[in-house]
Ligand binder design. Structure first.
Ligand code: HEM
Ligand SMILES: *[C@@H]1O[C@H](CO)[C@@H](O)[C@H](O)[C@H]1NC(C)=O
Length: 333
């Protein structure tokens, strides 16, 4: 009796170890017993953040995308750069990559949520999971759809600027680039096909971009509405650095509302950055997909949810070192 009880305990312990491992299955109930109020804690901090600044909902959605596209959703984008010391070299992580530097934001909001979560349930919830929940809540608070978030991610112990530069799509990318760096290829590398890329780009229904990321389009691209370009040129002069950081909303119709007007803008040649407008030209590869979402908001929202869940399930290479960080900016000492 005693022996079989002991061996059953050992088996349960092994099972628990297996389930909590870095490669464990994600599930919506992962923290049901270890941090039952997690979703409420995240939502409440997100309510405050978005009430202070509506754009923050968009910023956290983007931060999650940038986390997931580089080595899976593992909180790697949250790791700070570390300056050199007399004995150790400087460390440049993903924050230093082209798509992130002076651009991604929302780190302070993640810090606040993390410290609230640590108070309620110390040492159990990953930064990657917090960011995933915050991205969902940001979307919802700006009028977007909701979805059930899978949980159980673990935090990376490294962040690579080079991998981020390789994997994050740049605003000037075409659908297909001869060297394989086009938008379709970059999403395909992450297991997301061109339809899913088109629906995920609908995230540009909210948030803002800086002039340096849409300047070329205003002055050099034919596929742009004349008035739209003219209005933006007023604050985004042809040559930088003047105006470089001037912000324009991605969605000229409903800047802070998550809806399918983004696709309507594309059809009227009012996409803000190059990678938006390449999704639509008359007869283009993805024109029918754009038209479909443009005419059916419910379809856009439900396909967006499917794609967000798929993106949120991107995981790091099996067996890579992981932990639950105490401070999202640093690997645990
Ligand atoms: C298709 C390839 C994509 C490219 C080339 C791209 C590029 C960009 C650029 C250049 C900005 C403006 C950054 C700045 O000026 O500082 C931006 C903002 C944004 N992106 Fe994307 N993006 C892409 C896909 C996505 C996806 C898949 C999502 C989320 C699912 C997303 C969500 C956002 C959001 C919400 C913002 C606004 C952030 C804010 O206002 O703080 N983007 N993106
Ligand atoms: C893209 O992927 C989704 C989900 O896996 C699938 O439903 C859809 O049929 C695919 N579309 C194309 C054009 O391959």
């Amino acid at each position: 009796m005693a022996a079989s009880f002991t061996s059953r305990c050992a088996m349960l312990a092994l099972l628990a170890l297996f389930l909590s491992g870095a490669d464990g299955q994600l599930s919506p109930t992962f923290y049901a017993s270890t941090c039952p109020n997690l979703a409420t804690i995240v939502r409440s901090a997100m309510n405050t953040a978005v009430a202070n600044e509506r754009r923050m909902g968009a910023s956290l959605l983007r931060l999650h995308f940038h986390d997931c596209f580089v080595e899976g959703c593992d909180g790697s984008v949250l790791l700070d750069n570390v300056p050199a010391t007399p004995t150790t070299p400087a460390f440049f992580g993903e924050k230093n990559a082209f798509g992130n530097i002076n651009s991604v934001r929302g780190f302070e909001v993640i810090d606040t949520i993390k410290s609230n979560v640590e108070q309620a349930c110390p040492g159990v919830v990953s930064c990657a999971d917090i960011l995933t929940l915050a991205a969902r809540d940001g979307t919802v608070l700006l009028g977007g759809p909701t979805w059930e978030v899978n949980l159980g991610r673990r935090d990376s112990m490294t962040a690579s600027m080079d991998l981020a530069n390789r994997d994050l799509p740049p605003p000037f990318a075409n659908l297909v680039n001869p060297d394989g760096s086009g938008l379709i290829a970059r999403f395909a590398n992450k297991g997301l096909n061109a339809t899913m890329m088109t629906v995920l780009s609908g995230a540009h229904s909210i948030g803002f971009a800086q002039c340096k990321n849409y300047r070329d389009r205003l002055y050099n691209e034919p596929n742009i509405d004349f008035q739209f370009a003219q209005q933006l040129q007023a604050n985004c002069p042809a040559t930088g650095p003047a105006g470089d950081t001037f912000l324009a909303p991605f969605d000229v119709q409903t800047a802070n509302a998550f809806d399918n007007k983004y696709y309507d803008n594309l059809v009227s040649r009012r996409g803000l950055i190059h990678s938006d407008q390449v999704l639509y030209s008359p007869g283009g590869t993805l024109a029918s997909v754009v038209n479909q979402y443009r005419s059916n908001n419910a379809l856009f929202l439900s396909d967006f949810v499917v794609a967000m869940k798929k993106m949120g399930d991107l995981s790091p290479t099996a067996g890579s070192a992981s932990q639950i960080r105490t401070n999202c900016r640093f690997v645990n000492p």
